[in-house]
Design a protein. Structure first.
Length: 166
């Protein structure tokens, strides 16, 4: 009698379960598979060396170079600060002890677009990275102002900090 009661209970449960899933065949459902890619970029700039010069009567020009390497394709913006020599974006300074000379950094070879943080009329280096951890070349220009004659002989310098946003 106990065996018959258990068999009837199992049969009733099986019937109830099949009724809950009754429907046409096949059954379908959609789901989403996703991944969020987070870009990572690294910048690298070489020092800009104007080299020795006997005169600044007409100024001195040099070309600067760097790279930005990103894991994925993305837009970037690279700002540059005034530098450790002081001054302003309109007129940066390099120092040699207590002596200073003026110079600036430019986005263009014509020396009209001053590199800065993108405010107050300054520009940034910007573009779209290639991605795939491929280094993209960056070029900018440095100009030491003309007519600086009453200077002490020696090496003048300023350390610029470049900051990439991507």
């Amino acid at each position: 009698m106990k065996l018959v009661r258990n068999t009837i209970a199992v049969a009733a449960l099986a019937f109830a379960s099949s009724a809950a899933f009754a429907g046409t065949s096949p059954q379908t459902d959609d789901f989403v598979v996703s991944i969020t890619l987070e870009n990572d970029c690294a910048i690298n700039f070489s020092d800009v060396d104007h080299g020795p010069t006997p005169s600044l009567a007409s100024g001195d020009n040099a070309t600067g170079a760097g790279t930005i390497t990103c894991t994925f394709k993305d837009g970037y913006s690279i700002a540059m600060n005034v530098g450790t020599g002081g001054g302003t974006y309109a007129s940066r300074t390099m120092t040699n002890g207590i002596d200073t000379l003026t110079f600036n950094l430019y986005r263009d070879a014509a020396h009209t677009e001053i590199l800065g943080d993108g405010t107050s009329g300054t520009f940034v280096l910007s573009g779209d990275s290639t991605g795939g951890s491929t280094a993209d070349s960056l070029t900018f220009y440095s100009r030491v102002d003309a007519g600086q004659t009453a200077l002490t002989e020696g090496t003048y310098s300023s350390t610029i900090t470049a900051t990439a946003t991507f």
